[in-house]
Design a protein around this ligand. Structure first.
Ligand code: HPA
Length: 271
């Protein structure tokens, strides 16, 4: 089957099961229960959607939710596919492409990330202004899918300017401090080494994580407007004299969850 047929099959299934949507949100670690905010919510497990792989990471459910929020039709991905799980990038970005083909225009990507910028602190939220791809991989590798977008897509404005302004405005109105910075993608699943973090800082990164960049690339390719927000759950490796742990990431995510939800809510209201 051609890749576009696989994407369109998934898109048709989702549209049939959940209806149309204007906005999609990918919920990062710890944010999953934001689906509770949806009115008239409906859910389908990823395992039901043709072509979707099975998610493997503990703490990442595999559910696609749909409902109404501030009068808008919103899809929410509770759980995403990561390259470090062994998924090919074509699978990692399949949900994004399917939603693009359904006509979703605005995509909000969220994640947990390590703070590389020493002026930032665990618990801070960061608006992603740009990315650095340290993975050596790209989801557009292979024949271009002309139905989605061009062979050499522009990435000079990957994160939409208007959406960023809306997020900054929503944060200000809610009294939320919103940092801004560059997100660097490392494949994982190891956390980075202190040397890699020093390198990333010198090269312009403010945060590091193991997701979001492939989805951003696929979304921009397919003509979506992208907003990216990171929850900085820990200082990146080597900054503090302490080891990194998944537990710390989850605990900080939990602590900031309410603020993160308030920000997302403010953004969606203004879209
Ligand atoms: N590195 C990579 N991914 C992460 C981190 C980190 O420090 N924290 C949360 N996700």
């Amino acid at each position: 089957m051609r890749e576009i047929e696989r994407i369109d099959k998934a898109a048709a299934y989702i549209r049939e099961a959940l209806g149309e949507a204007d906005i999609a949100v990918v919920l990062g670690s710890g944010l999953g229960d934001y689906v509770e905010a949806l009115q008239d919510a409906r859910m389908i497990p990823y395992s039901e959607i043709p072509g979707f792989p099975a998610s493997t990471v503990a703490g990442h459910a595999g559910e696609l939710w749909a409902g109404t929020l501030h009068g808008k039709r919103v899809l929410m991905m509770r759980g995403r596919f990561h390259s470090y799980e062994g998924h090919p990038l074509s699978d990692v970005v399949l949900p994004i492409r399917a939603m693009a083909r359904m006509g979703v225009k605005d995509l909000i990507l969220t994640n947990a990330a390590g703070a590389v910028n020493v002026d930032f602190a665990p618990g801070d939220l960061m608006l992603i202004t740009d990315f650095i791809n340290f993975s050596g991989k790209n989801p557009l590798t292979g024949p271009n899918i002309d139905e989605l977008g061009p062979r050499f897509p522009d990435m000079s404005r990957a994160y939409d300017k208007r959406l960023r302004a809306i997020a900054a405005e929503a944060a200000a109105e809610c009294g939320i401090t919103l940092r801004e910075g560059v997100y660097a993608w490392f494949n994982g699943p190891t956390y980075e080494t202190p040397a890699e973090i020093r390198m990333a800082r010198v090269l312009g990164a403010d945060a590091v994580g193991m997701s979001t960049v492939p989805e951003t690339i696929a979304a921009v390719h397919a003509g979506m407007r992208v907003l990216g927000v990171s929850c900085l759950t820990n200082m990146a490796a080597g900054i503090l004299d302490a080891p990194l742990s998944h537990q710390e990431v989850m605990e900080t995510g939990e602590r900031v969850r309410g603020t993160f939800r308030t920000l997302l809510d403010g953004v969606i209201e203004k879209l």
